[in-house]
Design a binder for this molecule. Structure first.
Ligand code: NAP
Ligand code: GDD
Length: 420
């Protein structure tokens, strides 16, 4: 049985990759950081009590900034494949934590590569480095390929640049199987809540249920080539199954702006947005609401309906109409809007505003990848469309929002982490 070691197992890609490799019949070992609170929510469903039979999923405490720990884990696990996904992965945060980002994202991969060398495992281990389209930064050509020169625009991208080249260097210097996947943005319902896509889908879902009034964003013009994480982890695996190590761009070849992403997400709940003004004065205003009926998890949208402030009294009315009815609606069965109304949105509401706090000192305006090499050599194709991905994210966020809604109605305090 092949053994894979994944750093960053608790992150979005780590979780998708672990599940994918387990399905392929691998034994999967993941490195997780010690945290003062639980940080394994994305992989908890894969965990089995180690005393049970047929356990193929294991976790080890570790950190990319701790070389001796990485050496020990590699020695203990004796992996055939190492997927280095761990990183301080937030571009904006890297401007505030530049040194730490360099330590984890640039020196971290070096430590792992050195661990392989120190343990005399260069001949048997295949190493995947999670490189990024952020390397292209201020792009030198459109679309970007494996041959496009890099121009990093953040401490994160500069750290990833070192990681990219150290991976290439160890391949050339020590004949190691070390490959870079230059992945363009990829998202999913378990994307970190502070990345723009999830921030939008989460806000849209919460607005739908009256839990949030407004969404504040930064640069609405930025364009990204957004794919789905499930498609992208398949590419990671394919990269390590090749005869020779090499570097590959993984992208959809389709770009959308942040504004378009928001339009698509709002459309999922039957809301059309009109954008008015420019620069920091630009606003997203509701121009039309279509009644989606039971299409959105059983909740009916009340056109021109009650505002969030009115909710207290409304929920009293609902309580007296019976908790079973409320439960039915939450479980996704359609309930006539006259019986079960949710406070919601109305035409003319300003639902998106620009907050310059989310601007970056140096921005990456436009990323668009050309994955021809991956298509030809790996036989890789993205399977999930942009629209389907946004739709899936909104729906899953609606489920989460419903849970919050239920807590709120039961008198529990819910927090709105909108400051991201
Ligand atoms: P993510 O959700 O932010 O996950 C990052 C993972 O790294 C988490 O498990 C995190 O642990 C862990 N981590 C952070 N610092 C660490 C440290 N010092 N030691 C050990 N573990 C550490 O990121 P992702 O979206 O899954 O991305 C995976 C990798 O691909 C990252 O390297 C990212 O830079 C790169 N990448 C991502 C994209 C994308 O669009 N998603 C595109 C290109 C490249 P905690 O859970 O404890 O925080
Ligand atoms: N996060 C965030 N929050 N971004 C915003 C916001 C906001 O409120 N408003 C606009 N944006 C813009 C950013 O300025 C950026 O241009 C774009 O939305 C995407 O931002 P993120 O979702 O934070 O992702 P990213 O492109 O900076 O970085 C992600 O993709 C890289 C691959 O290109 C991360 O996953 C990186 O780790 C990854 O390498």
């Amino acid at each position: 049985m092949k053994k894979a070691l994944i750093t960053g197992i608790t992150g979005q890609d780590g979780a998708y990759l672990a599940e994918y490799l387990l399905k392929k019949g691998c034994e999967v070992h993941g490195i997780k950081r010690r945290s003062s609170s639980f940080n394994t929510a994305r992989v908890d469903h894969l965990y089995k009590d180690p005393h049970e039979r047929d356990v193929h999923f294991f976790m080890h405490y570790g950190d990319m900034t701790d070389a001796t720990n990485l050496i020990r884990i590699v020695q203990e696990v004796q992996p055939d494949e190492i997927y280095n996904l761990a990183a301080q992965s937030h571009v904006k945060v890297s401007f505030e934590t530049a040194e730490y980002t360099a330590n984890a994202d640039a020196l971290g991969p070096l430590r792992l590569l050195e661990a392989i060398r120190i343990l005399n495992m260069t001949d048997r281990v295949r190493f995947y480095q999670a490189s990024s389209s952020e390397l292209y930064g201020k792009v030198r050509e459109i679309p970007q390929t494996e041959r496009t020169p890099f121009y990093p625009r953040s401490p994160y991208a500069a750290a990833k640049l070192y990681a990219y080249w150290i991976c290439v260097n160890y391949r050339e210097a020590y004949n190691m199987f070390a490959s870079n996947g230059i992945l363009f943005n990829h998202e999913s319902p378990i994307r970190g809540e502070t990345f723009v896509t999830r921030k939008i889908t989460r806000a849209v879902a919460r607005m739908r249920l009256g839990l949030q009034r407004k969404l504040f964003l930064g640069n609405l013009h930025a364009k990204r080539d957004w794919g789905h994480a499930a498609d992208y982890v398949r590419a990671m695996w394919l990269i390590l199954q090749q005869e020779k190590p090499d570097d590959y761009v993984i992208a959809t070849g389709e770009a959308h702006s942040v504004r378009e992403f928001a339009d698509t997400a709002f459309r999922e709940i039957g809301v059309e947005i009109e954008w008015k003004g420019s620069g920091i004065e630009e606003k997203g205003i509701i121009s039309e609401i279509r009644d989606q009926g039971s299409e959105v998890g059983g909740w009916r949208l009340e056109v021109g309906g009650q505002r969030t402030e009115d909710r207290g009294q409304k929920s009293e009315v609902r309580k007296s109409s019976g908790s079973d009815k409320r439960r039915e609606a939450i479980d996704g069965k359609a309930v006539p809007s006259s019986e079960f109304r949710v406070p919601s949105l109305k035409v003319g509401d300003v639902v998106v505003e620009v907050d310059p706090r989310y601007f970056r000192p140096t921005e990456v305006d436009f990323l668009l990848g050309d994955a021809s090499k991956a298509r030809k050599e790996l036989g890789w194709e993205p399977r999930i469309s942009f629209h389907d991905m946004v739709s899936q994210m909104v729906r899953e966020d609606l489920e989460e929002a419903k849970r919050d809604q239920l807590c709120k109605e039961s008198g529990y305090r819910i927090l709105n982490y909108s400051d991201e």
